[in-house]
Design a protein around this ligand. Sequence first.
Ligand code: ADP
Ligand code: ZN
Length: 209
Amino acid sequence: MKIILLGAPGSGKGTLAKKISKDFDIPQISTGDLFRAIVKDDSPLGRQVKEIMESGSLVPDEVTIEIVKKRINESDCKNGFILDGFPRTVAQGEALEKITQIDSVILVELPFETIIERLSSRRTCPDCGEIFNTNDYASANCSKCGATLIQRDDDKPETIKHRLEVYENNTAPLINFYSARLYKVSSDKTPEDTYRPVKTFLESLEAKK
Ligand code: ADP
Ligand code: ZN
């Protein structure tokens, strides 16, 4: 099964992707995570990507498409995958059409006010990528691996606003692009509440294959 998760930054795509990945046994491909890994090694590309990410803008399409193409060709993707954070522009969507055929596009919906609240209280594990929220998780350490949690530079208030503008201008047009294949879910309740209808939907999709 090949799935795209579409939605604004902070809408809960990553959390949903992890649940789907586990239950349906397909890898989660998060371009944000791929880029954060590239930034960690001190290369010219890493330095370029770091600057772009910190500002909340988008990495150029050519670079992004190349990285995703390579990742999709790895052997663990042969039974499918979940794209989390890609495509983020119509040009990326068009390029993806040429690479492979997508079964379904899930749009995760959440009002911008709620997104701003959630991103401001989001903490991330720099080692294993687990996500926490200060409203319901008081510890400073990751419950999975114990590493000290951080607030991502791009989760700071000044950058959040810019990321939402970038989403509105560049990514939201993909909703039209995929209109015929779109499944919508609201993530205004708990992660479990968001996942439940999606799971049912994906099971029905799998049964049809
Ligand atoms: P979020 O969805 O919370 O904004 P991500 O981890 O998905 O966070 O992405 C973080 C940053 O990585 C983005 O703000 C952008 O700079 C870069 N990025 C991720 N995916 C893409 C993409 N498909 N195209 C261009 N840039 C991307
Ligand atoms: Zn961890």
